[in-house]
Design a binder for this molecule. Structure first.
Ligand SMILES: [Zn+2]
Length: 512
């Protein structure tokens, strides 16, 4: 394991002063159900298998127009949810990316095979330590940091983004954690109460996740939440229920009806521990949301094979100096890094053209700095369209109120332009999401989005044909549900919500 810089307990004294926190009267539970897809949710509600969610919706606010960032994969979405920022600001570009400074791949856990290719130690170090400490921009604050500074008692079950102001040492008190000890040696900064797999636990609770095994993670999260709420130990809890994503990857989006019913039962158990739904809602506001959705996968795209003549950099191996490309698949999105970089405009165009010639690649996007003095533009090319060029401006206003200059072939994103408004229902909030993805400093030179039914093989050669996946710009991957009840201020209706909006809902509830 590489040496991990030691965290400092900045803000601890401020956070320790939480006893007088003014919002103690009503706390907030933010429940993130990974991959919560509106279609299966509506079916589950109609079938009556998610009665807890039905009751919350009946009393509160519900939209299915909440859009994920691009790529619509969990690390990027988690960073947006926990900070309120886009990838351009929070710095987490994808599930898999190439670190030019370190000259190696970063993989947060697409599959066990992908983790093996980069090295298990490297993968765990990046996911548990580096993601929060250095990949997530130190220049911005998480909701935990903001609430810790305000004196709220914060808490989090296992979630990719947990950075807060409180120092936590890894556990060493049972067989599993002793086995993990050589890999998990360092302390982290998290919320006041942090329960991360079995590695970090801010107090002894009878809850085990078998080191975060898929399929038992919701049980662990609910167990932790039941204890925290029964004993009134937190004002804000991020309750992460990730198993829905795992079931949906394996069985396809339709499998969510069962896994959403299971998540609903976990939520009901948490409410029961707080005295039942009525008592729970007296004491806590509740937000339930997804981070992205999922769509079915029928076929796969092998970028390493397609770009073999570029001598792609091999994961987990030192560079040989002759590689011309790093390839970073992130499920239904992918990024190409020209090596050694920075690439000429002609290289970007030829990489995009070559990728678009592959069956299943729907869109290729890259920046074009233009001639000196020109404003940079994003160029988006579709498999069956000419280039579309966009940049921030004032001519066309999108569904989130951002303004754009647009030129070229609007068919690439099926743009609808009229009366000064630009809409892109097939690829919701396409312009803002593409721009933020390309402006992310660590992003690849060319970003790819897959057509419906296709997924890129990850760097371990794995994908989910016959199941489900996500990552693309398409609505079916990107739109998720946002449900809220009991917030100090009811959310105002908006044409287009984003998962990043939740950070402000949370902070506004606490007056922060
Ligand atoms: Zn997933």
């Amino acid at each position: 394991m590489s040496a991990a810089p030691r965290p400092t307990a900045r803000g601890r004294s401020r956070a320790a002063a939480g006893a007088g926190f003014k919002a103690r009267a009503r706390g907030l539970v933010l429940c993130v159900i990974d991959a919560l897809a509106p279609g299966p949710l509506n079916e589950a509600l109609a079938l009556g298998v998610t009665p807890t969610l039905a009751q919350v919706i009946e009393r509160g606010f519900h939209t299915n127009a909440c859009v994920a960032p691009f790529p619509s994969v969990t690390p990027v979405c988690a960073a947006s949810i926990a900070t309120g920022h886009s990838p351009a600001q929070h710095g987490v570009p994808a599930m898999c990316w190439f670190d030019r400074d370190r000259d190696s791949y970063v993989e947060y856990g697409s599959s066990l095979s992908a983790a093996r290719r980069v090295g298990i130690t490297r993968q765990l170090t990046d996911t548990v330590y580096n993601l929060n400490r250095s990949h997530l921009s130190p220049a911005i604050e998480t909701i935990f940091e903001r609430l810790d500074d305000a004196g709220a008692r914060t808490a989090c079950t296992t979630y990719l983004i947990f950075r807060g102001r409180h120092r936590h040492e890894p556990r060493r008190d049972d067989l599993l954690t002793k086995l993990a000890a050589p890999l998990m040696r360092h302390a982290v900064l998290g919320p006041r109460e942090l329960f991360y797999a079995d590695i970090f636990a801010s107090r002894p609770l009878p809850c085990s996740s078998l080191l975060g095994m898929p399929g038992v993670r919701d049980r662990h999260a609910a167990c932790v939440a039941e204890h925290l709420l029964a004993e009134e130990l937190c004002d804000f809890l991020l309750l992460s229920l990730p198993d829905n994503d795992w079931h949906s990857h394996r069985g396809g989006p339709q499998a969510q009806i069962r896994s959403l019913a299971a998540a609903d039962a976990r939520l009901a158990a948490v409410m029961a521990a707080a005295g039942g739904i009525e008592r729970f809602l007296e004491r806590y506001a509740l937000i339930v949301m997804g981070d992205h959705a999922q769509t079915e996968v029928l076929r796969t795209i092998d970028l390493f094979k397609a770009f073999a003549s570029h001598r792609p950099r091999r994961p987990g191996r030192p560079g040989e100096g002759r590689e011309r490309l790093a390839i970073c698949p992130s499920q239904r999105a992918a990024m190409l890094y020209a090596l050694p970089g920075p690439p000429a405009a002609s290289t970007l165009r030829s990489l995009a053209a070559r990728a678009l010639a592959l069956e299943g690649v729907e869109l290729a996007c890259h920046l074009d700095a233009g001639d000196s003095g020109d404003e940079p533009e994003a160029v988006i090319v579709g498999a069956r369209s000419g280039p579309l060029r966009i940049r921030p401006g004032a001519r066309w206003v999108d569904a989130r109120g951002a303004g754009w200059e647009i030129a070229g072939d609007r068919r690439a994103l099926a743009l609808e332009l009229s009366g000064g408004r630009v809409r892109s229902p097939q690829h919701p909030d396409a312009l803002g999401r593409i721009w933020a993805a390309l402006e992310c400093e660590r992003a690849g030179d060319v970003l790819l989005s897959a057509a419906p039914g296709y997924e890129f093989l990850d760097i371990g050669g794995q994908a989910h044909p016959g199941g489900g996946s996500h990552g693309s710009l398409r609505a079916e991957d990107s739109l998720t549900a946002l449900i809220a009840c009991g917030l100090r201020r009811r959310p105002q209706e908006r044409e287009q919500w984003a998962v990043s909006d939740v950070a402000e809902l949370v902070c506004a509830h606490f007056g922060v």
